[in-house]
Write a protein that binds this ligand. Sequence first.
Ligand SMILES: [Zn+2]
Length: 150
Amino acid sequence: MAETDDSKGFCVRLLEEAKLGVTLGRLEVLSVLRDADAPLVITEIHHRVLNRGVSFSLASVYNSVAKLQAAGVVDGRVFDGHKKVYALAGTMCQNRLTCVQCGRTELVDDPEIASVHQKAASRLGFTLDNYTLSMSGVCQHCRSKSRLRK
Ligand SMILES: [Zn+2]
């Protein structure tokens, strides 16, 4: 994975816009997230930073991500109830699943869905900035209520 000047320029601009100092750690984290085709857990970000030949501790990566998130450059979400995943701000999926009976809405953060969106966009020659998927159905609670009525 060759790092182009373009990618570096993009990441430097993001940091400048957020009025954050340009440090190697922040640049690497941003660059990894930019190249990722789905939101990543912190250990995966660390792994990919190391794979670029940059020697950073997990704690440094964690600090960089925390700073980037506080500045609004990176979004963090809890996925699967316990895993925290990160992506560039605005690229995190906004997939909603809404119950047509009670209106309860859940966010569906599934890296597989994100990956499908990225692939579909790149097949058409697009880079993906954002997407929203809206799904509806009947939640478990409403399903069990209607079973009781029958
Ligand atoms: Zn419901």
